[in-house]
Design a binder for this molecule. Structure first.
Ligand code: MF3
Ligand code: CO
Length: 250
């Protein structure tokens, strides 16, 4: 069942998602060669607590950290640790938290210093694909219109969409129905309604869409070792079109 949210609930979700955006921005500003992923995660934990929120990922199915930090060929769910970030890396940071009972979830991929042009294109296409999906998130469209728009944009640029992970509904839980694949046929899936709140999160690989999970049981990496990028926004479907809740406020 898809849980629809009223206007007050959407404002609470906006607050938690604004906080996610603020913390993600702070982390991005602190990414530089030499910093470890663990240091970034500790920074996230401090900021979450300072703002009276709680991490959403820590403890989720035994996940051990507040963020997922996935570098280069890592697709998602990289566990923060002693890994040192270096010049030329692309770093995806995924952050979830709960504030006053409502969840926020967003992810960005950032370049570290100078990156090669293929990596830059991958980051741009992935971000653009997310926005292509968001454009379709309006009343009357169907769910897989979003999926299809994401897939088309990615494949048109010669990249591939990951099949093994999906976007999701979000609200008083991190994961609610529906699941939102980043590929699919247009004009299929449930009809989109006002009050649906969705976390859209394309994961895009430079080569094959196939992934494997590392021995830690979490880290997803590309099977061919090529780069991967990830962007995520939490959005509400409103009478005025898509309302992006996880935007950074001035
Ligand atoms: N954004 C991801 C998701 O919605 C991150 C989850 S990490 C986990 O599934 F640790 F919580 F699984
Ligand atoms: Co998510």
């Amino acid at each position: 069942m898809i849980i629809l949210k009223n206007k007050e609930e959407i404002e609470l979700l906006r607050k938690s998602n604004h906080l996610v955006a603020k913390i993600l921005n702070e982390l991005a500003l602190n990414i530089r060669p030499g910093i470890t992923t663990k240091e970034l995660d500790l920074m996230a934990e401090r900021l979450i607590k300072k703002n009276n929120a709680k991490p959403a990922f820590k403890g989720y199915r035994g996940y051990p950290a507040c963020t997922c930090i996935s570098i280069n060929e890592q697709v998602v769910h990289g566990i923060p640790g002693p890994t040192i970030i270096k010049e030329g890396d692309i770093v995806s940071i995924d952050l979830g938290l709960v504030l006053d009972g409502y969840f926020g979830d967003s992810a960005i991929t950032v370049p570290v210093g100078k990156i090669d042009s293929e990596a830059e294109k991958l980051i741009n296409v992935t971000r653009e694909a997310l926005f292509k999906g968001i454009e379709k998130a309006k009343v009357g469209n169907r769910l897989f219109d979003i999926s299809h728009a994401v897939q088309m944009w990615v494949e048109k640029h010669g990249f591939s969409v990951v099949r093994d992970f999906v976007g999701h509904g979000i609200g008083k839980s991190l994961h609610e129905e529906p699941q939102i694949p980043n590929f699919g046929k247009p004009n299929q899936g449930v009809r989109l309604k006002e009050g649906m709140v969705l976390a859209l999160e394309p994961m895009v690989n430079a080569g094959t869409y196939k992934i494997k999970i590392k021995e830690d049981g979490w880290t997803a990496v590309t099977q061919d070792g090529k780069l991967s990028a990830h962007f995520e926004h939490t959005i509400a479907i409103s009478e005025n079109g898509p309302d992006i809740l996880s935007l950074l406020q001035e």
